[in-house]
Structures are given as C-alpha cells and as structure tokens.
Design a binder for this molecule. Sequence first.
Ligand code: AMP
Length: 203
Amino acid sequence: MRIVFLGPPGAGKGTQCERLLGHLHIPHLSTGNLLRQAIKEQTSTGLLAEQFMSAGQLVPDPIILAMVGEWLEKPEAQAGALFDGFPRTVPQAQALDDYLNHRGTPLNVALELKVSDEVVIQRIASRGRADDNPKIVAERLKSYWNQTRPLLDYYHRQGLLEVIDGLGTPDDVFQRIKDVLVRRGGTNCQPRNAAVGKAASSG
Ligand code: AMP
C-alpha cells in the first residue's frame, strides 16, 4: 500500500505513523527524518535545509523532490510506502503522483488526521521539541495552513482523502485508521498474506 499521512504539527501523526508501520510493515518515508539526518551529517542538503527548518518554514520543493526521488529509487521502496510529512505542497503532491503513476503504482489513500486548530496549538505548546518555540510553532502552523492544507482538496478531488478524527486516545484513533484501511482494501494489512498474496506483495 502507498499511503500519504497528512495532519498539522501536534495532531498526533508521529504516534499514529509508528503504530501503522508496526501494523503494515511498509517502508517509512519521513522527509523530516531525512532532513534531520542530512543536518547531522552536514551534507550540502542539510546545510541548506537547516536555515528553513530552524525558521519553521518549508524547505524548498526542489531540495525535497531530489531527496525523495533518490529514496523512491531504492529497492525497498518498491514494496509500498507510508509517506509521512511529504508531500507538503501541491507541487510536491503532483510530482509524487507523476512518479508513482509512471511506475504504475499510484497512491491508495491519503489520510488526514484532523484536530481543531485550538487543540493543535495547545498540544504543540506542551511538546518541547527544539523547534517548538512559540514563534517557530506559529510559523510551522502557518506553513501547514497555507501550503499543506490545499492538499486536502487535491486528494479529495481524486477520491483519495479519508478524514480521521484525531481526538480521543491513541488506541481510538488507531482503530479509526485501521477501519479506513480495511474499507480501502488494505484488508488485514499483511503484505504477504496468502489470501491477497500477489496483489499485496506488489505493494
Ligand atoms: P517534520 O519532522 O515532518 O515535522 O519536518 C520538520 C521540518 O522539516 C518542517 O518544519 C520543514 O521545515 C521541513 N520539512 C519536512 N518535510 C518537508 C517537506 N515535504 N517539504 C518541505 N519542508 C519539509
């Protein structure tokens, strides 16, 4: 399965992604993780990206797309993917679609983890990550609202959007996600299950 996971910072996306990965056994593409790794290794991408990230702004599309393109070429990336924190702009989403459609393995679903703006602000204020100071948080939310929210429409128009209520315990939320995936044909989500063997193992 190829799943895009959308939601504002503070929606609980990290927790749910982790659970989903444990459940589905598909590769995880987190552009945030790749960027943090690049910064740690002080690569040219890392050095460039750091300025934007530390200001709470999105890293420019060409940098992200080069990085993701490289990731998608990996053999393990052929088995499906959980796209986490990517795409974040409409051009990124279009580029991903072009790539996946060309390969004959389109997206299966876009999950939106939905919580109100008020709840997001409350949650993020109590999280304490290095990039969580109030000014940067405000910037990151602004990036989400202005640049990433239009993706909800983009995926809705394609019939791919599933809205998940992000309120409740992590168990509640995860159950909603699993229900949606079953409905979307992810069935029991075992990639090599005998009953769905061939179709599922191709991703
Ligand atoms: P994340 O860990 O996904 O919250 O990402 C942390 C930061 O990395 C974001 O605030 C952005 O500055 C940057 N970033 C991660 N993914 C992307 C993306 N797909 N497009 C642009 N910037 C990104």
